[in-house]
Design a protein around this ligand. Structure first.
Ligand code: MN
Length: 319
């Protein structure tokens, strides 16, 4: 399949690459590699690109377009996109080649070609194979991009498979790229005001311990979510950070994956706090928020007490 896709992409008439909405580094890296290896490729990110992918694009000079009307194309290549609903805009699937690593999807049945390799942890690995099938060697920048795509899609190798590491080591060897070069490719500098907020958060920190678990709260006036993450890095299992503006308050909450796996659900927890105090809250198990009218300190105490109760239950059930 990959060699017939390579053959098609070598043909005349231009290729428009399309990526899933809020495209991530894996998607952008895959598109960049295809653009280098085949003629007349335009990268379309009709649903925008995420923060990391933006920094990656700036670092390596990858150009993508949100508006793709008028791009000359004979075919569309859809990368890293699990279904048509992930694409922003309407496109003729009968001229589309789909290359993906998510779960195989019947909704791509109208595509001209569909190569879905669920055994791969990233699209970058498949595109690297596509390059090999086309007899192309990636440049240093493309190798770096693909390595970064693999790193981010595998959570820095946490979810990597043996074949992921083989592909990654081959990419390293292509141009003698070092591990730290790939790891530090995208330098997300934390703004000075954000770092000050984190330090202030640590200064105003309160914490409670139950069994082997720690719940922390703090107050600030900005970057509540980022302060939460800083408190988790300091050792808390669950963190609540709030701010007060007049009679309005805002709370962010974060929990480690370890306590989420044991049953902590911050979305439900803050939802309950919200209904106890007639404020609105909700979110995911590991990340949630609550806003409303009231005294932030009182709400933080209620939230912390509820979290401690949940953790005590987990502790006494011996989980
Ligand atoms: Mn991906």
């Amino acid at each position: 399949m990959l060699s017939s896709i390579a053959k098609e992409l070598k043909g005349e008439g231009g290729t428009l690459v399309l990526l899933h909405g809020n495209a991530d580094p894996d998607a952008i890296a895959s598109a960049f590699a295809v653009q280098e290896a085949f003629p007349a490729v335009t990268i379309g990110a009709t649903g925008g690109i995420d923060r990391l992918a933006k920094v990656l694009s700036t670092t390596l000079g990858i150009e993508s377009f949100e508006d793709v009307t008028g791009v000359p194309k004979k075919r569309i290549l859809i990368l890293d996109t699990s279904g048509p609903e992930q694409l922003e805009g309407r496109f003729d699937l009968s001229q589309a080649i789909v290359v993906d690593h998510h779960t195989r999807n019947d909704r791509w049945k109208d595509a001209m070609m569909y190569h879905c390799d669920e055994s791969k942890t990233s699209c970058s690995e498949i595109v690297y194979e596509l390059l090999k099938a086309a007899g192309k060697k990636p440049s240093k920048n493309v190798s770096l991009a693909l390595m970064f795509g693999i790193l981010t899609d595998t959570g820095y190798f946490k979810f990597a498979k043996p074949s992921t590491l083989v592909a990654f080591s081959e990419l390293m060897a292509e141009h003698g790229v070092h591990m730290d070069e790939a790891m530090d490719l995208v330098d997300l500098e934390v703004d000075i005001s954000e770092r000050v907020s984190q330090l202030k958060g640590a200064q105003r920190l309160k914490y409670w311990k139950t069994g082997d678990y720690i719940v922390a709260t703090s107050q600030g006036s900005a970057f509540e979510a980022s302060v939460c993450k800083a408190l988790l890095n300091l050792g808390a299992d669950v963190a609540f950070v709030g701010s007060q503006r007049g009679d309005q308050f805002r709370i962010s909450a974060r929990a480690t994956q370890a306590v989420v796996r044991k049953g902590v659900h911050l979305g439900k927890l803050l939802g309950d706090v919200g209904s106890e105090t007639t404020n609105g809250g909700g979110g995911h198990p590991g990340a949630a928020g609550l806003t409303g009218v009231g005294d932030v300190e009182a709400i933080l105490n209620i939230a912390a007490e509820n979290a401690l109760r949940q953790l005590r239950k987990i502790h006494s059930s011996g989980n």
